[in-house]
Design a protein around this ligand. Structure first.
Ligand code: GRG
Length: 299
């Protein structure tokens, strides 16, 4: 194979820097009024996080032969949505957490009302970034991209998954119920990241189907590993409060399957994700490497 793991490290760093630069540029400067809100938006987004969703968008864009500058906009949009979801998830009325990306959460560093507005404004900025410039050959395709993101993060997507999560805390869940929650809460945005990256490229329907199957496995694998890390790692390594799921009596893949079986399940999902890419050649190398990154990550 022409490209090696070392290349993946360099590729990942270059894409993380690329999305950081777009995020820096699209976020209003802290000095611009209302400056406290803008400063808090920058605090919530910049200088932290693995940028997994942008990396998936870049990798899918490469698999679909997309223009890298167009994919950068998608990458920034999905990260803005992700940052909004974390800020709102950390609020006292939701998960009530004080640590995120190794720093005080947004409502602790600022205040609850500001954090609420940060989430609102980041979500709005995401759609601005996705729609402001032409990202694909046909304007109607770009309208579909906007609709795709809206569906993925709304009441039948990420926000719905969060609602299911809140309603089920302290309840016993079956595996299918747990899976349904995660498909919505974390899976839909991961899926949208892959599909939107690919939609900047050739957008061939059969190929999008394969990427969709990849993305569904990647999204679930991400969550299974998240549950394992919450149970096995520590707050310093994770940059967020570890061990919360057990303390809150939350159903997780670890509580339902145990750590060893959860790890096996993540490995099975990795296999299925790789199977979905069988019709692809070297153009999907980054997607294949990213599923390994997702499954083997330590934080
Ligand atoms: C508030 C509408 C709304 C939705 C929140 C995604 C979500 C729904 C909440 C996040 C809570 C959480 C910790 C979910 C587990 C999986 C997850 C999204 C972990 C954090 O994502 P990473 O690991 O974080 O990609 P970084 O910091 O690397 O970006």
């Amino acid at each position: 194979m022409a490209q090696s793991r070392t290349d993946f490290g360099a590729w990942m760093q270059a894409r993380q820097q690329d999305v950081e630069a777009v995020l820096q540029a699209v976020l209003p400067a802290a000095g611009v009024s209302p400056s406290r809100l803008h400063e808090a938006m920058r605090y919530a987004v910049l200088g932290g996080g693995k940028r997994v969703r942008p990396l998936l968008a870049y990798a899918a864009g490469e698999a679909a032969g997309a223009d890298a500058a167009h994919v950068s906009r998608v990458a920034a949009a999905v990260e803005l949505v992700h940052a909004y979801s974390l800020v709102h998830d950390d609020l006292p009325c939701m998960d009530d957490d004080v640590l995120r990306r190794g720093r005080p959460t947004c409502h602790v560093a600022y205040d609850e009302a500001t954090a609420l507005l940060v989430g609102d404004a980041l979500q709005s900025l995401a759609f601005h970034v996705l729609s402001e410039q032409s990202l694909c050959a046909c304007p109607a395709d770009q309208v579909e991209m906007v609709a795709l993101l809206a569906r993925a993060i709304g009441s039948r997507g990420m926000a719905g998954g969060q609602a299911i999560d809140l309603a089920s805390t302290g309840q016993e869940l079956s595996l299918p119920e747990l899976e349904n929650m995660h498909i919505h809460k974390t899976g839909e945005l991961i899926r949208a990241s892959v599909l939107l990256g690919a939609r900047c490229g050739d957008g061939e329907a059969s190929r999008l189907g394969a990427l969709d199957r990849f993305a569904k496995c990647a999204g679930l694998a991400f969550q299974v590993v998240d549950d394992v890390l919450d149970a096995e790692s520590n707050s310093e390594t994770l940059g967020k409060t570890a061990g919360k799921d057990a303390r809150q009596c939350k159903a997780t893949y670890v509580s339902l399957m145990g750590v060893a079986r959860a790890r096996e399940f993540a490995a099975e999902l990795r296999e299925q994700a790789l199977q979905a890419l069988l019709s692809y050649g070297l153009e999907a190398v980054r997607l294949r490497e990213l599923i390994d990154f997702i499954v083997l990550r330590k934080h």
